[in-house]
Design a protein around this ligand. Sequence first.
Ligand code: GP9
Length: 402
Amino acid sequence: DKDSIIALYESKESEKNVSDSRLTGIAKDKNLIVVQMEALQQFVINLKINSKEVTPNLNKLIGDSLYFDNVFYQVAGGNTSDAEFLTNNSLYPAKEGAIYHLYPENTYHSMANILKGKGYNTYSLHGFEKTFWNRNKMHMTLGFDRFFNEEDFVLDDFAGWEGQALSDSSFFRQSLDKIDTSKPFYSFFVTLSSHHPFTYFEDFDFDVGEFQGTYIGNYLKAANYLDKCIGEFIADLKKRGLYDNSLLVFYGDHSAVKKIEAEGLLQLLDMEYSEQEWMKLQKVPLIIHYPNQSKSEVISTIGGQIDILPTIANLMDFDAPYALGKDLLNHDDDKGYVILRDGSVITKDFIYFNDLREIYDFTDGKPLDLKLYSDKITSYINELSVSDIIITKDAFKHGFEK
Ligand code: GP9
């Protein structure tokens, strides 16, 4: 087991482009604010309906940020909690079930644990029941000093999830007062209002035209509501002087539109269904704004949520030697890849479906000869097995060191 872990880390080391150090340390010693956005898929970004932008605030943020437009979600049975796990640890989720329930007592080289070692205060915030996804245990294990949950908020406004959960607007409004902003901090926000079903938003004042009253129409309204709350949050960060004193990271956690609702989405985007095109829709936006950044840059390297921690580590100039992901800013664009938990793999050259044992050209969608790619795919999938060994054997607790 140990040898396979060492071998994987060694191969990762050789994959790194050591001559590059793009934007390294641009946010060194700054605060880190990460916002995980519920069910926000990438297709809503820059989308207009009846000539109105669905996400005007995120689009505006992209205007002076790094925008990663080829990032796929990698969650499995742990859904939202898997996205949290991937982002904070740069390890893969469990094959079955949720790591948050299965391995809450492991040792992890998580973002909060690393930053705590550098003197940061660390906070996580989510306006729902603390035991959901076992967060009350897991957020402590991941190194958050405080987990602010439903019990810590005044439940004064509700939106989404059938109107039963604290609204994102109120959540953001109350959150920044809970953080000691006089010392360097890492705060991890997990939003909630745009959780399915989206029916709560049906009568919201955002014109979705012919999609009014449909699943996809309600989703667009939910995304528009989330975006409005993000706009309020950014305004608050600016007012408090935190906008240019922090590294800001926004990303979506998982899909909102399952295959069963594909028809509405394809109609919206004017697309025909194919497995390949559907797979390409399984992306989430990743937006990173570094202090005083004034121009936009689009990074199209293929990646996933597992790459968020190494990318942040580069920008803040800290070591994350146990991350399995890659720094998306310093990776050869042509060699980008993402491995999904079911063993499917996407690169700029191909999309491999592990359940179908089929492979297609990424660009034109034509079938490829799997035999020619099988070694490559085996080596990609090996990452999942090694991540499983690290977690199931609790390797970091039992002294595994690089
Ligand atoms: C609830 C929330 C939901 O706290 O994070 O998780 P999900 O159902 O989207 O996995």
